[in-house]
Design a protein around this ligand. Structure first.
Ligand SMILES: Cc1cc2nc3c(=O)[nH]c(=O)nc-3n(C[C@H](O)[C@H](O)[C@H](O)COP(=O)(O)OP(=O)(O)OC[C@H]3O[C@@H](n4cnc5c(N)ncnc54)[C@H](O)[C@@H]3O)c2cc1C
Ligand SMILES: *[C@@H]1O[C@H](CO)[C@@H](O)[C@H](O)[C@H]1NC(C)=O
Ligand SMILES: *[C@@H]1O[C@H](CO)[C@@H](O)[C@H](O)[C@H]1NC(C)=O
Ligand SMILES: *[C@@H]1O[C@H](CO)[C@@H](O)[C@H](O)[C@H]1NC(C)=O
Ligand SMILES: *[C@@H]1O[C@H](CO)[C@@H](O)[C@H](O)[C@H]1NC(C)=O
Ligand SMILES: *[C@@H]1O[C@H](CO)[C@@H](O)[C@H](O)[C@H]1NC(C)=O
Length: 417
């Protein structure tokens, strides 16, 4: 299989043939992991998960899903700071950074990588790590599919003996209390490193109903941790939070296949801003109708200082604790009717523009655009900062002098746009 990837690259690189690289295909943007009139290199066969003798390092094929990883490591009482939804692929998530339940403890998923095995533009299969081609090693921690086809990633493991997780649904009438609880978790000093939460405001454009859905996680098998006391005290419609295993929590049922689009922004943690974002969403979306189903989701996730600290010198994302605690917004749309796509795209961009304008006015707009959540017109790589951007271009020229991964791999965010 590995030999296959190397010989495919050797063959197609010389033929000016366009290609796409695909792990589990969870990037919603069209053409990011597939291609029209070209070759898709589907890595899902490279899905082996093994560990070093003492289980301190996990060796993972990039085509594996995170569920594959957790199913294997849970039996060893170990884990990796990987994706939350088990269906997501190891390759795409890690090369874009990677937000994990364990990120407040150990940083982005890419910060846990100790070694990448990669097929370069010239067809060579190499390993890159802190002591071997360390510039390439660093570039892969956020540099996406711009450097080669990554075939295996080795990760530091963490001890694991169960996790608290589930979902809490609140009526929209309680949103001030829920936003307040979210703020108090996300902007706590000190931040509880075992806490990881997403809070989503979900709008069904057909029924015009809003719902609040939070997924509070605690990375220890502990019921009722103090950090969630405020959230759990708010009257809820349902609360399924319980101690479980990661492979059970990550084993979410497959989502119905619909059209889907992501977009994102990073902001200071503020209840006023959360309220304002909700207001912008409702005002802009309430009377927007298309044929078929349509759902909008604004998901907020803490990006505390402890989360960005481990990778500050080692990845290329440009996030820094100096900017204080922050939160990431994933603003997404899912809809059934393909003919509605261009108007949904335009509406999504309009909402994000209004949110960013409001956040800028409030002094809460941050630079970082998280690549794994970014819309196709967003510029995540330039959000890493001029220095990181220049570093990535330099490393790309060194390892891919003919720009194969720029010109022949059109999918994804490119370095020379
Ligand atoms: C349901 C769902 C849940 C999610 N949960 C999380 C989460 O918990 N945390 C988080 O951070 N993100 C999450 N995401 C976002 C996710 O990280 C991105 O969508 C990511 O791109 C998916 O990775 P993949 O390997 O499945 O995707 P793919 O679509 O296969 O690949 C994504 C991009 O990476 C490139 N790529 C993939 N593998 C390789 C490789 N081996 N070598 C070179 N390039 C490669 C592809 O060319 C493509 O451009 C989620 C997305 C969805 C849809
Ligand atoms: C490679 O193909 C692209 C379009 O597929 C074309 O624009 C370009 O000129 C080609 N380059 C060479 C060197 O043939
Ligand atoms: C995930 O869930 C499905 C359906 O309930 C089950 O068949 C499968 O074994 C589960 N996988 C893991 C790794 O737990
Ligand atoms: C994992 O932990 C459980 C419960 O603490 C224990 O019974 C089991 O032996 C451990 N397994 C390994 C492989 O360490
Ligand atoms: C680093 O890469 C070299 C080869 O380039 C390899 O021999 C070595 O085992 C790697 N180190 C780690 C920690 O993976
Ligand atoms: C959303 O906006 C509509 C139309 O202006 C309004 O009737 C409704 O009360 C708002 N919903 C919420 C939850 O504020």
């Amino acid at each position: 299989m590995l030999v296959d990837v190397a010989s495919i690259i050797t063959t197609i690189a010389n033929q000016n043939c366009s290609f796409a690289i695909k792990s589990q295909g969870h990037a919603p943007a069209a053409g990011f992991a597939n291609i029209d009139k070209g070759i898709t290199i589907d890595l899902t066969g490279l899905n082996a998960v093994t560990t070093s003798e003492d289980a301190s390092i996990a060796h993972v094929g990039t085509g594996a899903s995170w569920l594959d990883v957790y199913a294997h490591l849970d039996s060893l009482n170990k884990t990796v700071a990987g994706g939350r939804n088990g269906g997501v692929g190891v390759g795409g998530l890690t090369l874009g950074g990677g937000i994990s339940y364990f990120s407040p403890q150990v940083g982005f998923t890419c910060d846990s990588a100790t070694n990448f095995e990669i097929v370069l533009a010239n067809g060579e299969l190499v390993e890159t790590n802190a002591s071997s081609q360390s510039d390439l090693f660093r570039a892969l921690k956020g540099g996406l599919n711009n450097f080669g086809v990554v075939t295996r990633i080795d990760f530091h493991t963490l001890p694991m003996d169960g996790i608290l997780g589930g979902r809490v649904v609140n009526d929209i009438s309680h949103r001030s209390e829920v936003f307040n609880a979210f703020r108090n978790i996300a902007d706590a000093h000190p931040y509880d490193v075992h806490a990881s939460i997403t809070t989503s405001a979900i709008f069904n454009a057909v029924t015009k109903a809003w719902t609040l859905l939070s997924a509070p996680i605690y990375t220890k098998p502990q019921t009722n941790p103090k950090v969630y006391a405020e959230l759990f005290a708010i009257p809820s419609i349902s609360n399924t939070v319980k101690v479980t295993q990661l492979h059970t929590l990550a084993n979410e049922s497959a989502i119905a296949q619909t059209n889907q689009l992501f977009s994102t922004g990073t902001y200071g943690v503020s209840t006023q801003l959360l309220d304002r974002i909700f207001g912008i969403c409702n005002d802009t979306l309430h009377n927007f109708n298309v044929a078929g189903s349509l759902q909008w989701i604004a998901t907020f996730e803490p990006l505390p200082m402890v989360f960005v600290s481990p990778g500050v010198h080692d990845n290329v994302l440009g996030t820094s604790p100096e900017n204080g605690n922050a939160m990431i917004l994933l603003f997404s749309a899912s809809w059934s009717d393909h003919d509605a796509s261009s108007s949904v795209h335009a509406k999504l961009e309009e909402v994000l523009r209004k949110i960013n304008t409001a956040a800028r006015e409030m002094g809460q707009l941050r630079e970082f655009v998280y690549a794994n959540y970014a819309g196709t017109k967003q510029k995540p790589i330039s959000s890493y900062g001029a220095q990181n951007d220049a570093f990535l271009r330099h490393v790309a020229k060194k390892y891919d002098p003919h720009g194969i991964f720029q010109s022949q791999v059109p999918g994804g965010f490119k370095l020379f746009d």
